[in-house]
Design a protein around this ligand. Structure first.
Ligand code: ATP
Ligand code: MG
Length: 294
């Protein structure tokens, strides 16, 4: 029997993607605990090598076949493919973490209030290609100043009139007296691979995505058990979206009440519990789900 080729996966070594990437993979039975100067982690699980690098290098590593797949922010992927139109990359899965948006912002007291007001102005960004593409589509001519960090500082020190940067909660913008004008793109962590990958790599990647997906699907899902009047079972669907066909069980010693077990694919919050109680549900148990296999 020929030995299985090792699957090479590029991950961000340290930063806003690394914790989410490690958390997701470790929930899929990997045991990744990278040390400070550890750039290669060889795992027995699924015969995988993890390359721990800077996020900016991940698309290029995968594109040039130095790695088979990688986890990167969608914003980083888009910047790379715009800069490298001949690329061989594709998004193979969306991973539902590191959600953020690339936005244009200007000082709250600036005369720039709309995209059209950017004409003739200078915009500081770490994402020049994505910004250039956006400006071109909106037929706005502006100067792009490339900065590799501390972009929010640019209007304050008057080297730019506006910025184009990643935003998640908006706190950093507020702290720097900036107001968001326009969202250029919404981003989350994605798994990327090569379009020309061999069948073996595709098969190995599909196995990994199956594992990742089962953890992602389970993240917001809850297993709910409760007792309720038989006549009210149909009302559960409105309160618990995603619970198409609940399991209904006979309760010993009761003709009216039944026990219901359902999987709810959306978060269950206190107001959901209050709604369940308002239709007479009792003995409510909400349990986390570790993995959900299709
Ligand atoms: P590196 O040293 O690897 O180059 P970096 O400083 O360039 O790291 P990070 O700030 O860690 O990069 O951001 C990496 C990615 O994480 C971004 O490209 C984006 O997809 C995502 N991200 C950035 N900021 C946030 C945020 N505030 N919330 C969630 N995700 C974010
Ligand atoms: Mg980076």
């Amino acid at each position: 029997m020929t030995e299985q080729k090792r699957l090479r996966v590029a991950l961000q070594k340290s930063g806003k993607l690394s914790e989410g990437s490690l958390d997701l993979l470790n929930k899929c039975s990997f045991k990744l605990r990278p040390a400070k100067n550890h750039y290669l982690i060889q795992s027995k699980e699924m015969n995988t090598d993890f390359l721990m690098i800077r996020d900016d290098d991940i698309p290029g590593f995968v594109d040039s076949n130095a790695s088979d797949i990688g986890i990167v922010g969608e914003n980083g992927y888009i910047e790379y493919i715009l800069e490298n139109p001949e690329h061989d990359l594709e998004i193979m899965a969306k991973l539902k973490f590191a959600a953020c948006r690339l936005s244009i912002a200007a000082a709250h007291d600036s005369e720039i209030k709309t995209v059209a007001d950017l004409a003739g102005k200078t915009i500081a960004t770490s994402y020049p290609e994505t910004l250039r593409d956006f400006l071109k589509k909106h037929q706005v001519k502006a100067r792009i100043l490339v900065m590799h960090g501390s972009v929010e500082l640019a209007p304050k020190i008057a080297i730019a009139d506006a910025i184009c940067d990643l935003v998640s909660t908006g706190t950093t913008l507020k702290e720097n007296g900036l107001v968001e004008l326009e969202v250029i793109l919404e981003s989350e962590a994605v798994l990327i691979g090569r379009r020309s990958a061999s069948n073996e790599i595709r098969q190995r990647t599909a196995e990994l995505i199956y594992r990742l997906q089962s953890v992602i699907d389970a993240k917001d899902s809850k297993y709910i058990m409760l007792h309720i009047d038989k006549d009210n079972v149909s009302k559960l669907k409105e309160i618990l979206p995603g619970c198409e066909s609940p399991t209904v069980l006979h309760l010993h010693g009761s003709d009216n009440k039944v026990a219901v077990h359902v999987v709810s694919k959306e978060g269950v919050f206190w107001d959901t519990i209050a709604k369940l109680r308002s239709i007479g549900a009792s003995s409510i148990l909400v349990l986390p789900i570790e993995k959900m296999m299709e």
